[in-house]
Write a protein that binds this ligand. Structure first.
Ligand code: HEC
Length: 127
């Protein structure tokens, strides 16, 4: 039976050490979160491409940049703008400083990170 006793001891050892390991993991996670909060929001164009532009291309991806709802109107080209310009425009819609209803609705649903990601995807950084 020595093997069974050994297994039992091993299990007890794991049970005793794991709360400490867990606490350490939690600490590491908290400090990495704090670091993320300190750093500036950096846009991820790839992430935007995969997950976030689906809600923009319906209007901003149309050849000629016209959309038909609620009436035919011109949609500005956003690809190739400065990323900072795109972020500022989105923030202005979200804050109500710009008043276009559909853009306000869309911008309201975007986080700072979403805006940075979208700007990184659509924008061309200043040279
Ligand atoms: C329902 C159609 C529609 C959708 C969807 C849409 N937009 Fe727009 N967007 C517009 C229109 C129309 C304008 C011009 C509004 C105005 O006159 O202020 C605009 C303006 C903008 C501007 C300002 C452009 C400038 O030259 O000042 C930005 C930036 C922008 N949109 C980004 C986005 C992003 C990013 C998304 C996706 C998250 C998106 N839009 C989704 C219709 C849309």
């Amino acid at each position: 039976m020595p093997i069974q006793i050994f297994t039992l001891l091993l299990a007890a050892g794991i049970a005793l050490t794991s709360p400490a390991a867990f606490a350490q993991q939690k600490k590491a996670l908290a400090s990495s979160k704090a670091k993320a909060a300190e750093t500036k929001v950096v846009g991820d164009a790839d992430l935007a491409h995969r997950n976030k532009i689906a809600m923009c291309i319906g209007c901003h991806g149309i050849p000629g940049y016209k959309t038909a709802f609620p009436e035919v109107y011109h949609v500005p080209r956003i690809a190739g703008q400065q990323p900072a310009y795109i972020v500022n425009a989105l923030k202005a819609y979200k804050a109500g400083e710009r008043s276009h209803p559909s853009m306000r609705g869309i911008a309201a649903s975007l986080s700072d990170q979403d805006m940075a990601d979208l700007a990184a995807y659509y924008g061309v950084p200043a040279k």
